[in-house]
Ligand binder design. Structure first.
Ligand SMILES: [Zn+2]
Length: 142
């Protein structure tokens, strides 16, 4: 496949490693992308993206009790909340909440348990949203 950027090079598949540090572990996931042999431009093709998502989801088995960033994102999207809204619901700063989604940080156990509760029981998130004076979207069903 030709490079869209320089229009002269050819894309070749290259692997890279993304590291996560849940608990005291180091979890490395090998991900795929395409790199131009001429200009070095990188691109993730749709098949590579799907495979990367599969590989990222598979790391869950190494996490034990720790939640993945995707778990936070899934909960937030299920209730149609923005990051600032979700931060408000959990009583943390936007920066702190964003670090949970990106796995730059993992919450303390009490916060993690609260989030697990909210994942398992939607009414818990409703309760927290009420406490934060936040009306949840009407799109969700529960
Ligand atoms: Zn190129």
């Amino acid at each position: 496949m030709k490079c869209r950027q320089c229009k002269s090079g050819v894309l070749g598949e290259a692997a890279y490693v993304r590291e996560f540090y849940p608990g005291r572990l180091r979890v490395a996931v090998v991900l795929l992308q395409s790199v131009c042999d001429s200009c070095g431009h990188t691109r993730t093709l749709s098949a590579q993206h799907d495979e990367n998502l599969r590989r990222l989801a598979a790391r869950k088995s190494a996490y034990g009790d720790v939640l993945m960033g995707e778990d936070y994102i899934a909960l937030r999207k299920r209730h149609s909340l923005t990051r600032p809204q979700m931060a408000r619901v959990l009583g943390v700063s936007i920066r702190t909440y964003t670090r949970y989604e990106n796995e730059d940080a993992y919450p303390v156990k009490s916060t993690r348990l609260l989030i697990e509760l909210a994942i398992g029981k939607p009414e818990v998130l409703h309760f927290l949203a009420d406490k934060a004076d936040l009306a949840l979207g009407l799109r969700e069903e529960c």
